[in-house]
Design a protein around this ligand. Structure first.
Ligand code: GCO
Ligand code: MG
Length: 408
């Protein structure tokens, strides 16, 4: 069996999905995702200029050897662009393998460990009142877990993950007004004064059952993060996400000495080497890698297995920018993983997106139900794809009030 061709498509409804289609001489094809948010053209170029010419002619069933060939063959290790490109090929090859077996992908990992995967939605508000309404609306839709982000009084710009007043139900996607990032202001003192009490009020209003998550988005210093974590312990958070940038993995030891709040880190990591120390030293409780950004199923499954040895559960990244193909790969891992924790979920569900990526993956009462179709269980409509093209966009950058550059 041989790979005879592969094509890359860039575009989508309000996003720049990078979709790889790998064709074989037996008519079976596989789909993979290389959507690196805000840098989408780069994995697409890597795929087209280097990887695809070296993929044609290979046996698609040898997904391990092909992964090693590209990873080791690059000589220069890791990096989000390369790992997203390898990830797309890897996903497509697992899709082919499972289609050949006539089984949904999770069967090749060891079958189902659960019927549905718990997901969390994104509630937000320009102020606490808006945020409370947003949480209530997700609860009404059946969500059992909600990430809560709130505008901070006195802070000149809204803050991470927060929409304008009355706009909380708008999905957060990239700003497509151009390639030059907007700027936001961060003020740790105002945040530290406001957010712990806001979280307490949310717990009081919604009661003990709601799983509450909060994302600091890499903005605190290690000492501030420890103080913050300590001050929200009584809230009983499901997790506190990215309290510090985590480039300095040792810094998390300090936080751990001061608080038992569950910590989730890893959405910006792209290899097992980025999280090995955090996992082995048991400095985190949830690993947040995404199958696309971290080299595909072959590599992420290794991370999940390492995490399982250290009581670290999964909480895969699933921001609005993630393609349904990445979400499907994660749905199959979620169905199997003995150490599954939760899944961030925002992608599926718009009519245009469903038309581009038809699938039977579905949501039921705050749980993601995996498709039983052979393979990843997602198709790609090329005629729909021809309606979309690449749109330049960017994440904001963040500064302190005096102009110092900070972490988005
Ligand atoms: C999350 C993330 C995202 C990122 C985005 C960057 O927890 O979902 O923090 O919102 O900001 O994925 O591309
Ligand atoms: Mg995050």
């Amino acid at each position: 069996m041989k790979i005879i061709d592969a094509k890359v498509f860039v575009g989508g409804p309000g996003k720049n999905y990078v979709t790889l289609k790998v064709m074989t001489d037996q008519g079976v094809y596989g789909l993979g995702d290389a959507t690196l948010n805000n840098r989408e053209t780069l994995p697409a170029a890597y795929l087209k200029d280097y990887l695809i010419p070296n993929l044609i002619g290979r046996d698609p069933r040898n997904s391990e050897d092909i992964w090693q060939y590209f990873y080791r063959g690059a000589y220069f290790r890791r990096g989000p662009i390369a790992m997203a490109a390898f990830g797309a090929i890897d996903m497509a090859l697992w899709d082919i393998k499972a289609k050949l077996a006539g089984m949904p992908l999770y069967q090749l990992f060891g079958g189902k460990s659960r019927e549905g995967a718990l997901v969390y939605a994104h509630a937000n508000g320009a102020d606490l009142e808006d945020l409370m309404d947003s949480i209530a609306s997700y609860q009404e839709q059946g969500y059992k877990a909600v990430r809560v982000q709130c505008g901070i009084p006195g802070m000149p710009t809204a803050g991470y993950g927060v929409a304008d007043k009355g706009q909380a139900d708008k999905q957060f996607i990239t700003d497509f007004s151009g390639i030059r990032p907007k700027e936001e202001i961060w003020d740790a003192d105002r945040y530290m004064r406001f957010m712990p009490d806001a979280l307490s009020q949310i717990r009081e209003r919604f009661g003990a059952e709601l799983k509450i998550l909060h994302d600091v988005h890499h903005r605190l210093l290690p000492r501030e993060a420890a103080e913050f974590a300590k001050s929200v312990e009584h809230v009983g958070l499901f997790w506190l996400e990215d309290p510090t940038p985590a480039d300095d993995q040792d810094a998390l030891k300090f936080l751990r000495q001061h608080s038992t709040v569950p910590i989730a880190i890893g959405e910006v990591f792209n290899s097992i080497w980025d999280c090995k120390q955090l996992i082995e030293n048991e400095l985190i409780d949830f690993i947040r890698v995404a199958v696309t950004y971290a080299g595909g199923i072959t590599h992420v499954k290794r991370i999940v297995d390492l995490a399982a040895l250290h009581h670290v559960r999964t909480g895969f990244h699933g921001a609005p920018s993630h393609s349904p193909l990445c979400m499907a790969a994660q749905a199959h891992l979620n169905a199997w993983a003995p150490n599954f924790g939760i899944q961030e979920y925002l992608t599926l569900g718009t009519a245009e997106c469903d038309a581009l990526f038809p699938s039977n993956h579905r949501m039921e009462q705050g749980m993601m139900m995996v498709s039983d179709e052979p393979g990843l269980g997602v198709d790609f409509d090329e005629a729909e794809a021809s309606r979309y093209s690449y749109k330049p966009g960017s994440h904001p950058v963040v500064r302190l009030e005096d102009g110092t550059l900070w972490n988005y």
